[in-house]
Design a protein around this ligand. Structure first.
Ligand code: DAH
Length: 344
């Protein structure tokens, strides 16, 4: 009997089960009324009296081991089942990593979306431009400081390569206005997004390249009131229905009259804060009525047509919308920054 107890002790300790049925089968095999351990208890009656004490202890020990082992297996099995129940079997096996959109693209798309709802379509022009389209046809005087090397990147002439004079990187998207107006007669209603370049030292507040969106509307009887209304609509759509606008007189060679537009500071709601330097207003764009000289230089009759134009910096709007203070973040491609736009 001793051998049998030892053998069962070993078997019981090595017991493994995969599911509830196997577990129950083990219980029946060892501990049920007809089980092997129960059978040993029946046999125990016939054991010689001098061995009863020792074998009795071993037998009890075997029973306890079997019960403990079955309990342990039961717990293990239940924990595994609970875990399995928590799994969502409808999930795709490989999680799809969502890409993020660049904040400047998000804002550019939003600007386009807002203006497309009032009939604007998108036009693009070259980044490598000539002096005529960037300055000359836009009424810049020949000695205007914007034409200076300090502000503009000129493309150097290569020896032996025939190139027109004064090739440069466009300093503003207003150059696309002149391209559109020379190839199309009014009505014109376009939005021109794009990258522009200026010869500036890179810092948190300035960069040698940035992005603008230009707007141009030319038709019969276009007035300053139309311009104001379009810009008020844009400001409310972009920054919320409570946003107010203010137009301050300004000067641009290609518009007359010209203005700069402020919106009520969307950070403090116009009460005054550090961001708006306590004024309650922040500047977001330049605008005005297209100068008749510009229309004429592009072949549009300024007696018949008039129009408005505006230009805004995409970084500036993004800064206001997402509170990104340092311009350099936009071009450093740091994923820790870019990933924050995942849900946008
Ligand atoms: N081109 C100007 C700039 O880069 C912005 C601008 C001002 C564009 C007035 C316009 C405008 O179309 O009418 O600062």
């Amino acid at each position: 009997m001793r051998d049998r107890i030892e053998e069962l002790q070993k078997q019981v300790q090595e017991m493994q089960v995969q599911n509830a049925e196997e577990l129950e089968a083990m219980r029946i095999r060892y501990l049920s009324k007809k089980g092997e351990i129960t059978a040993l208890f029946s046999e125990f009656r016939n054991v010689a009296a001098d061995q009863k004490r020792e074998l009795g202890q071993q037998l009890n020990q075997l029973k306890q081991t079997a019960e403990a082992k079955l309990n342990e297996l039961k717990e293990q099995y239940e924990a595994a089942r609970e875990q399995a129940d928590k799994q969502d079997l409808t999930r795709t096996p490989d999680p799809i990593a969502l890409g993020t959109r660049h904040p400047l693209s998000l804002v550019k798309e939003e600007i386009i979306d807002i203006f497309s709802r009032i009939g604007f379509t998108v036009e693009e022009g070259p980044e490598v431009e000539d002096d005529r389209h960037v300055f000359g046809m836009l009424n810049f005087a020949p000695e205007h400081p914007a034409r200076d090397m300090q502000d503009t990147f000129f493309v150097e002439k290569e020896e032996g390569v025939q190139k027109p004079d004064d090739i440069l990187l466009r300093t503003h998207t207003s150059s696309v206005q002149t391209r559109v107006m020379t190839r199309q007669q009014p009505p014109i209603r376009v939005l021109c997004p794009g990258r522009v370049y200026r010869n500036e030292a890179i810092s948190a507040r300035a960069h040698c390249f940035f992005h603008q969106v230009e707007g141009l509307y030319i038709d019969k009887n276009v007035s300053f009131a139309d311009l104001r209304q379009a810009l008020l609509y844009f400001a409310k759509e972009m920054f919320g229905p409570d946003t107010k606008i203010r137009l301050r007189p300004s000067y641009f060679p290609f518009t007359e009259p010209s203005a700069e537009m402020d919106i009520s500071c969307n950070i403090c709601g116009g009460k005054g804060c550090g961001f708006c330097k306590q004024t309650g207003w922040v500047e977001i764009l330049g605008c005005g009525m297209v100068d008749p000289n510009v229309l004429e230089s592009c072949g549009i009759d300024s007696k018949e047509y008039s129009g408005y134009a505006f230009g805004m910096g995409v970084e500036r709007i993004t800064n206001l919308k997402y509170r990104v203070k340092d311009l350099r973040l936009f071009s450093e491609n740091d994923v820790r920054f870019l990933q924050q736009f995942e849900a946008c």
